[in-house]
Design a protein around this ligand. Sequence first.
Ligand code: DGY
Length: 320
Amino acid sequence: MKPRIFVTRAIFPDVLDRLRTHFDVLDNQEDTPLASDEFVRRMAGRQGVLSNTSDRIDAAIIAQLPELKAVCNMAVGYNNLDVPALTAAGIVATNTPDILTESTADFGWALLMATARRVTESEHWLRAGKWSKWSYDLFLGADVHGRTLGILGMGRIGQAIARRAAGFGMTILYHNRSRLDAAIEQQLGARYVSKAELLQQADHLMLVLPYSAESHHAIGAAELAQMKPTATLVNLARGGIVDDAALAAALRERKIFAAGLDVFEGEPQVHPDLLTVPNIVLTPHIASATEATRRGMANLAADNLIAALGLGPHAGKPPT
Ligand code: DGY
């Protein structure tokens, strides 16, 4: 008998078909995030799950799923999973690193450029029919080339963002839980600084650190107050790292120049104050959303499930 799995959200149909060759698959055809009790109901008697960042799988849920053996998240971030509780229960937990690094870094740059150069704000203005003449001071933005890029969180994505900054002739500063090897710092042309120094010196600050209890509201009113009034802030990482209400206030009071956010605390809800400030670019958690990358993530999560449940050509390969 095939092992039984649940796919919590819609994925590429061909990847779902591939999973069906290995597993008895239940998929969530409504493609809506599920409340915990509904998730547990659909998971009953299933050994594996292909999950998503909106599926919270914690100790209380794990306790109700004695047959569960593998949780394979289709995301690099796994703050939706209680990893210690999964490990204690002997359940394999996997994510999809590497495959999304470059597309996510590309999008970080798209957000940074759009934020600094007021791309969406000026487009909305134009679409509203307000453009009647050229003016020397129309939508003056902040330069990116030659400025100082601050990166908070220097993992794979942070490093990919830093590599791109070389083409813009930027000074690169970073802060991370642990300092990179000197050889990598040299390759990237990046200098390690304290968080305070990063906040004070960055012309453009990019957040790419994982979400955890320690990084909750790592950027709040006190941190925003340390930034330059001309600085921009981009959050590519997770909502909850930024205190959205404090950010909206800082933008309104021009304590910083502008912000670009791809992630929000409590998404898909967006703090209403963020919707009322003009100097912000808002996108719906799409940093990894290219056809090739999302397909790669889905296939990697599927391979991880196949390996974790010991089946097919991927059996015996350690999951990611
Ligand atoms: C991730 O992979 O963690 C991205 O945020 C997409 O969900």
